[in-house]
Design a protein around this ligand. Structure first.
Ligand code: ZN
Length: 412
């Protein structure tokens, strides 16, 4: 009899699948451009469907196009243990962000099949539609829909920069399913993802046990002053919004530094109007991105910024408006799922440590409706959302081994 405690996945087969998938929607610099609901996304889905059917799995597709691929368990009514992530990429994305989490699931099913191992609960792989959100907002669209954060009609009517409607594009590539959102219930959810940061590689740690997801607040700031001639307006009478903006940008940085560890503050998008060399900027609009795994700190940073910005704008005599345009609360992943991950890493003698996910992931939404946890593997130089994103085959294999044993533990 095969001892389930000794089994491990096939590294070469996993790597081969990753490389085969990467051929669909190649980028211009060795990575991938396989944006959501494009022809390339459709092809990637077809390949996953083919591989899953060859592995004896059944498929359903929901109204947002998410694929649910199921390997039956021995207990008729048991809910599935789900392994999920996403096949879509950024326009200049890598070969592993999201893809590893889905194809690791497939490799696990193939391994269980090879060894003829049955689990009590079914094991299901999910490819969530539009995790990246780069073409159609919001990011993590389908998992948010699944968790009931947005209603389906709102999501289906999302538009890209050219005015294309998400639901129409999904239909065009043939992947608008009929299954109502949320019909597939989940026993527990595991997501393996590349770290997308430098901590694991730098510290030579094999496995990241993701205990929390960063909370996030996106603010949009609009400053209104007066457009005036730069050559004729004395310094002391100006209402210069670019000056006030500069001080607020520094304040964002200071506030984040005051709330370490794990707090982050960034101004990544700025616009000044009329954006002309000899006109004082009468209007400035910019975004602020605050993150922390601690809800109190997140709220504190928001409050502090509003307080300081008010003072700065008074000093420069410009009008201030701040609106929250996005955000989600910090996530605490499920303790039992996390223990399955730690126990699996121990079984193999892999080094592991608790880490916090700085990026949003489908697991963050699924955690609101089912016990969830995430595993991370290192990635070279912490580089992600970049065509040069790279991991080592051994890293893919060790993290998939941990996922395999965590899934088996949850499924029995
Ligand atoms: Zn991802």
């Amino acid at each position: 009899m095969i001892k389930e405690t000794n089994i491990s996945i096939n590294q070469d087969r996993l790597w081969d699948s990753l490389m085969t998938m990467a051929k669909i929607g190649p980028g211009i610099a060795g990575g991938n451009n396989r944006q959501t609901v494009t022809v390339e996304d459709g092809e990637a889905r077809k390949l996953l469907q083919k591989w899953s059917e060859e592995a004896g799995m059944s498929m359903t597709v929901d109204e947002l196009g998410s694929m649910f691929l199921k390997r039956e368990g021995t207990s008729k009514d048991a809910l599935p243990v789900v392994i999920g992530s996403h096949l879509d990429t950024q326009p200049t994305g890598g070969k592993y962000d999201g893809v590893l989490g889905v194809l690791a699931g497939l490799e696990i099913i193939r391994t269980l099949n090879d060894l003829n191992i049955q689990t009590k609960h079914p094991i299901m792989i999910v490819n969530w539609t539009n995790e990246e959100g780069s073409r159609f907002p919001p990011a993590m669209m389908a998992s948010a829909g699944y968790a009931g954060i947005y209603d389906v009609e709102t999501l289906l009517s999302a538009k890209d920069a050219e005015g294309n409607v998400f639901g129409d594009e999904l239909e065009k590539i043939g992947w608008k399913g009929s299954e109502p959102i949320g019909k597939q219930k989940i026993h527990s959810y595991f997501e393996l993802h590349i770290e997308q940061g430098p901590i694991l590689e730098t510290e030579k740690i094999d496995i990241g046990v993701v205990t929390h997801g960063q909370g996030l607040k996106w603010l949009e700031v609009e400053l209104s002053g007066v457009e005036q001639h730069t050559g004729t307006t004395p310094m002391h009478v100006r209402k210069d919004t670019s000056l006030a903006m500069s001080e607020i940008i520094l304040a964002v940085n200071n506030i984040a530094n005051k709330n370490l560890p794990n707090a982050l503050g960034t101004v990544g998008h700025i616009e000044v109007f009329p954006n002309s060399r000899n006109v004082i900027a009468g209007k400035s609009i910019f975004t602020i991105d605050f993150r922390s795994p601690d809800i109190n700190k997140l709220d504190y940073m928001d409050d502090e910024l509003r307080f300081i910005a008010k003072d700065i704008c008074k000093k420069y005599d410009v009008k201030l408006e701040i609106n929250q345009i996005g955000g989600f609360d910090p996530v605490s992943f499920d303790k039992e799922c996390l223990n399955h991950i730690r126990n699996s890493a121990k079984k193999f003698g892999y080094s592991f440590k608790d880490i916090i996910s700085g990026a949003g992931h489908d697991a963050c939404w699924i955690n609101t409706v089912a016990p969830s946890a995430m595993i991370m593997c290192p990635c070279v130089d912490g580089l992600s959302h970049n065509e040069a994103e790279e991991i080592k085959p051994e890293w893919a294999a060790s993290s998939t081994n941990v996922l395999l044993h965590a899934a088996i533990a949850a499924a029995n």
